[in-house]
Write a protein that binds this ligand. Sequence first.
Ligand SMILES: NC(=O)c1ccc[n+]([C@@H]2O[C@H](COP(=O)([O-])OP(=O)(O)OC[C@H]3O[C@@H](n4cnc5c(N)ncnc54)[C@H](OP(=O)(O)O)[C@@H]3O)[C@@H](O)[C@H]2O)c1
Length: 121
Amino acid sequence: MGRILITGASGNVGRYVAQYSLENGQEITAAGTHTDTLAEMFGDRAEIVYFDFTNPKPSLAKKYWIEVRGLEKEYCTVMSILYLMTRLGTAEKVTSVFEEIMGKKPRSFQEFVRKNAASWK
Ligand SMILES: NC(=O)c1ccc[n+]([C@@H]2O[C@H](COP(=O)([O-])OP(=O)(O)OC[C@H]3O[C@@H](n4cnc5c(N)ncnc54)[C@H](OP(=O)(O)O)[C@@H]3O)[C@@H](O)[C@H]2O)c1
């Protein structure tokens, strides 16, 4: 049984779909524009992703990298394309390359959101 994406997972309808899915052993990705709310609701039980159907571009992550982290725009463009590919599901597995180059384990998007939620408020 693969993971399912539930958009509007914090809403009146979505929260029950998410709860029912979890209770039945289904892995879920909970999506919405308020990832902090989703994190409060689901904690570790769901993967949480930012998704705004009015703005499908990964521009928010790019804005964070440029404005908060102070990284170079070109670097952020490459990272945002990698991020988009990952979100589209074209990155099928985690390799050891990141750890070999950076000397640390890669973080999941969920961990990234938890750590940086305050940056987007
Ligand atoms: N409730 C009913 O009885 C009922 C009956 C028939 C049909 N419907 C339809 O079912 C849908 C959900 O209803 P609901 O009552 O659950 O609504 P709701 O409580 O208002 O929840 C809406 C959900 O959509 C998310 N959302 C809002 N704007 C978004 C955006 N730009 N990008 C991504 N996610 C966004 C919200 O999460 P964030 O705040 O995190 O973005 C929230 O989780 C609606 O289309 C509604 O018309 C509802």
